[in-house]
Design a protein around this ligand. Structure first.
Ligand code: ADQ
Length: 735
């Protein structure tokens, strides 16, 4: 069985060290549970930091830790105190975390933290390299390891890498603030599959890739020069049954066995049966919106006096990142508001806010979820928010109301909750009132839908969906590799060609013989290309045919003095050596005026775009425009032209950052067929990169050697990566 590696900053274990004893207990978090189900189908190991700083352990203790971890299939990445400070508390939590949660005012830009971040990502890559035996897939998690996919890919190009980001990916306008933005994006693009919680994060990521690196994107695939990266959203689920079943079991417990939390809630409820408990649970983090939640609760007590003494806010805050300044400040602010509200609205026996600053054992957590009628979850930004889902899963009789921020990824899947803007105090207060007054039937109706969805799309399904997609990516890479022109196949092709008596070479120009330029006029042939084509053409057995979408005047200027056959404008014109240009079949261009005005309208509204006029076609170019605007306008333009072109017997060709309108039925394939009729050859070679070359590959005889440049889907028999590989290959055909 192939091995599979899971990589995250922290290992899913808790380690307790006493003098001579090391105790390792597996943790029960959502991610660990999801992965357990995955490890049933794969032999997997988990690589990460154990949470113990390396210098605090003697070598004897380290050995014990390693062996205890090995029993849990875990491998430790030793981190020093300094690394933890600079990489974890520093760059991860003082740069990436605030920026990706839109708290740009908290972002630190420290070079030494960035250097440590790179070094620790490299350290992870080193540990992975030592454990690669039999590994074919790796799944990397979260924002601490954004550079790792690329580091692994460079060393192990054949391994399939998935990456999942658990926090939001911010909009381009925020992400671009980061001085190291290109390194980060390139680091992530080392993965073959990139997963996000929501489509919005995916969209923001794509936009940054397009704008910062200029890569082409087709729906959810990014074409890198040598690989394709798939991007998709996988909203993370929870271990639904675990919460639901634990809540049922807890209700059945005898008084003696009940948790302290449950006993306390029940006792209070007996005294004050009209009380509604509002639950608030999070890590104490500025992104979770505790301050605005408390202020909204204060506003509620002030504006809805009839509910004072009838509601209790159970505020549970888990200590988090206590070493980071903003967290300490926030803790003081929370303490202050809680004090103020309790001071103002407490009566002799009752306090409106019960505040706990600690982590709770699972059972107590479930009891809180199960017992409290309302959950108030108001993050300012949150990748997903699992608490919202856990609350709903623990509602065994279907009653309960979830008030959820629209800024949490979870809100995208939980529209049956009361969705609020976390900055709108009045709206939150009104939602609290609605929640208190909501009839049971309505609560059950909303929660039934939510529960059904959460049960089906649980954490196990999430992990399996991600891995199935990773498997598919692997398969499509294999399909690509299967067509890739290997050295052996190349040798036999060359032998085949060289032993034949007559050959025709159909060669596309842009993207095949030369690279793309922003201005098409700048993509002139260079001396080396002229030499290569001359050498190929010098052999009387060879016929060189340049077949392009270019206009005839440009080709006349570039190749008019050469003895090659030229076919231009996708097959409108042909020029045989030493002859004049001939139209392949008679065409009409009277349609141009009616189409030109539409194109001009798009040029005016799309800065950087322009119209190219050929004899029998018009082309709208948008390579120099804003990449996203260009793509959108191209869709609009195509839509607008569709009805016009049918009436005028025209067709739209969509090329690389161009839209071309030309007479219907004219294409490279038809032109090539006509030429082959006049000049039959033993061997036919066709090379092209664009989808317009697919017509060429389709129309020439099956025995032809068809070669696609680049990664896109093709009916060609072989693929090569780039222009320089094409040129090397042609050199070998000069025989
Ligand atoms: P977090 O920011 O940690 O996760 P969240 O998704 O809510 O946020 O998960 C918190 C977890 O901690 C929950 O499973 C909850 O049960 C547990 N927890 C909360 N309070 C607790 C307490 N007092 N005692 C014990 N356990 C407690 C990050 C992102 C999220 C994303 C997750 C998963 O910030 O947006 O949902 O990863 O991808």
């Amino acid at each position: 069985m192939k091995r599979f590696l899971i990589i995250s900053n922290r290992l899913p274990v808790q380690i307790a060290i006493s003098d001579d004893n090391i105790d390792v207990t597996p943790s029960v978090g959502g991610l660990a549970t999801g992965m357990q189900s995955v490890s049933k189908s794969f032999k997997s190991s988990w690589i990460g930091w154990s949470g113990v700083e390396a210098q605090n352990l003697s070598s004897e203790q380290q050995k014990k830790v390693d062996s205890a971890l090995a029993n849990e299939n875990c491998i430790d990445v030793n981190l020093t105190e300094e690394e933890v400070e600079l990489y974890y508390e520093g760059f991860s939590n003082k740069t990436i975390w605030p920026l990706f949660h839109y708290f740009s005012q908290f972002v630190e830009y420290e070079e030494d933290q960035w250097q440590a971040y790179k070094a620790v990502n490299q350290k992870f890559a080193d540990v992975i390299a030592e454990n690669m035996e039999g590994v074919d897939k790796i799944w990397v998690h979260d924002y601490h390891l954004l550079l790792l996919p690329q580091m692994i890919k460079e060393r192990f190009p054949e391994v399939t890498i998935g990456f999942f980001l658990h926090i939001p990916f911010p909009s381009y306008e925020v992400f671009r603030i980061l001085p190291w933005r290109n390194e980060i994006i390139n680091g992530m693009l080392g993965a073959d599959l990139l997963g996000f919680h929501t489509f919005d994060y995916e969209r923001h990521f794509m936009s940054s890739v397009r704008r910062l690196l200029g890569y082409d994107i087709q729906i959810n695939e990014i074409s890198l020069p040598r690989r394709i990266v798939k991007v998709d959203n996988f909203p993370m689920g929870i271990d639904y049954d675990k919460f639901h079943d634990a809540a049922i079991a807890s209700q059945k417990k005898s008084v003696r066995d009940k948790s302290e939390v449950r006993k306390e809630l029940e006792r209070y409820y007996l005294l004050y049966p009209e009380t509604k408990f509002i639950l608030s649970i999070d890590r104490l983090d500025y992104s979770k919106g505790l301050i605005n939640r408390l202020e909204a609760f204060e506003y509620f007590l002030q504006e809805y006096p009839e509910y004072r003494n009838k509601v209790t806010l159970v505020l549970l805050a888990v200590p988090s990142r206590v070493g980071v300044e903003q967290y300490q400040q926030m803790k003081s602010e929370v303490d202050e508001i809680v004090g103020r509200v309790n001071g103002k609205y407490s009566s002799i026996n009752r306090m409106p806010i019960w505040y706990f600053y600690r982590s709770l054992p699972f059972q107590n957590l479930v009891d809180l979820y199960n017992y409290c009628e309302i959950a108030l979850i108001t993050p300012i930004r949150d990748g997903m928010n699992l608490v919202a889902k856990e609350f709903i899963a623990s509602k065994t009789d279907g009653r309960g109301v979830l008030i959820l921020s629209e800024m949490a990824g979870a809100s995208k899947e939980m529209s049956e909750a009361l969705i609020i803007n976390p900055n709108d105090k009045a709206q939150i207060a009104a939602a609290i009132q609605t929640a208190i007054e909501m009839p049971d039937e309505e609560q059950i109706e909303r929660n039934t839908i939510l529960q059904k969805r959460l049960k089906r799309y649980n954490v196990e399904k999430w992990a399996n969906d991600f891995l199935n997609s990773l498997e598919k990516v692997k398969m499509s890479e294999e399909i690509y590799l299967a067509k890739k022109l290997t050295k052996i196949a190349q040798k036999s092709l060359v032998k085949d060609i060289c032993s034949s008596d007559s050959r025709v070479f159909f060669l596309d120009y842009d993207g095949t013989l030369t690279g793309f330029k922003n201005n098409p006029g700048h993509a002139k042939p260079d001396e080396a290309l002229y030499d290569l084509l001359d050498e190929l053409d010098a052999n009387p057995k060879n016929k060189v045919v340049l077949i392009s979408g270019r206009d005839k005047d440009t080709f006349e200027k570039w190749f008019g003095h050469k003895p090659y056959t030229l076919i231009v404008e996708h097959g409108v014109w042909v020029r045989s050596p030493e002859k004049t240009w001939q139209m392949i079949e008679p065409l009409d261009d009277s349609w141009k005026e009616s189409i030109r005005s539409s194109l001009e309208f798009y040029v005016d509204r799309t800065p950087g775009s322009f119209i190219e006029e050929k004899n029998y076609s018009l082309v709208w170019h948008y390579r120099k425009s804003d990449p996203e605007l260009g793509v959108n306008r191209a869709i609009e333009l195509k839509d607008e032209l569709t009805s016009l072109v049918t009436n005028l017997n025209l067709e739209i060709l969509e090329g690389n950052k161009v839209i071309e309108i030309k007479n219907r039925g004219i294409n490279k394939g038809r032109a090539a067929q006509k030429l082959l009729h006049e000049f039959p050859a033993d061997k036919i070679v066709a090379i092209g990169d664009d989808w317009t070359d697919e017509f060429l590959f389709a129309e020439i005889p099956d025995s032809a050697i068809t070669i696609k440049v680049g990664l896109a889907k093709t009916i060609a028999k072989y693929k090569v990566e780039n222009v320089s590989e094409v040129r090397q290959l042609l050199k070998e055909f000069c025989c």
